[in-house]
Design a protein around this ligand. Structure first.
Ligand code: NAD
Ligand code: ZN
Length: 249
């Protein structure tokens, strides 16, 4: 493992435009469960019911019950992995973070250029009257299981996240593709690379000549397409990489 950490640190230290791409795995050590994998949420919730746009339109309450589990039972603070990525950005090495996560933990850790492919939970819109809420202002209602619009009574309060079956925000997606094309080192952290079109972005980087690095707890079926694969926990591995980079530069 140590020589892999050294190799990744060398790549980063010599890079001109490094980009990090994260999935649910980077937030696992913050207590937010991943979707797939051993303690994956999909073992307890049906994604078709709670995370697809059709499921939401059928029964918005099911989403809010799921959201209560997902967010409110966790402390959701950034972990050492998020902080390490933010530090690499401060050092001028990482130019952008592309994330599939909706938890805003990269920003909380200090990352500035964060491209949220699947949106975030910051704002919630009433689909009937258009009133916008801040997620933080809804937390008490979510806890009580009483999420409804106080303007019009609608149950269709939809957070600005991308549900399965919805298109990705166009501008964010094209910025992410631009970053992938510009990158010379592209590091995937904590993603099983099963959700498209997000999962195709690392391979756009590769086609443009970037070295591809995978840091993930478990093997994925795309590992063989990567130049370097390191199986480990993001919160343990990333700080070690930052330390090595500091030794080199
Ligand atoms: P995924 O759940 O499909 O895969 C997570 C991967 O992370 C797994 O391969 C697992 O081995 C790995 N992992 C687990 N713990 C890790 C750790 N400590 N360090 C490194 N790797 C670890 O996640 P995905 O590929 O991001 O796809 C899931 C979709 O669900 C995404 O679209 C995302 O929007 C959404 N999601 C978001 C959150 C969040 O915002 N935190 C949480 C769950 C799901
Ligand atoms: Zn309303």
């Amino acid at each position: 493992m140590d020589w892999l950490i050294e190799k990744i640190a060398e790549l980063l230290a010599n890079s001109k435009h490094a980009v990090v791409f994260t999935g649910a795995g980077i937030s696992a050590e913050s207590g937010i469960p991943t979707f797939r994998g051993k303690n994956g949420l999909w073992k307890r919730f049906d994604p078709e019911e709670v995370a697809s746009i059709r499921g939401f339109m059928r029964n918005p309450k099911a989403f809010w019950n799921f959201a209560r589990e997902l967010i409110l039972k966790t402390k959701a603070k950034p972990n050492a992995g998020h902080y390490a990525i933010a530090e690499l950005e401060k050092m001028g090495i990482v130019k952008a973070v592309i994330t599939q996560n909706i938890d805003m933990l990269h920003q909380k850790a200090g990352s500035k250029r964060v491209l949220e492919l699947h949106g975030s939970l910051k704002f919630v819109d009433c689909l009937d009257c258009g009133k916008t809420y801040r997620w933080d202002d809804l937390v008490d209602r979510i806890k009580r299981g009483e999420v409804a619009c106080d303007e019009c009574g609608s149950l269709y309060l939809k957070p600005r996240i991308v549900f399965f079956g919805e298109a990705l925000p166009k501008e964010v997606l094209s910025e992410a593709i631009e970053e992938a094309k510009r990158s010379d080192v592209f590091i995937v952290v904590g993603s099983s690379l099963q959700v498209y079109p997000a999962a195709s972005i690392p391979f756009i980087a590769k086609d443009s000549g970037a070295k591809l690095v995978m840091i993930n707890a478990d093997p994925t079926d795309k590992d063989r397409l990567f130049d370097i694969v390191l199986h480990g926990k993001a919160g343990e591995v990333l700080p070690k990489i930052v330390d090595k980079v500091k030794e080199i530069i």
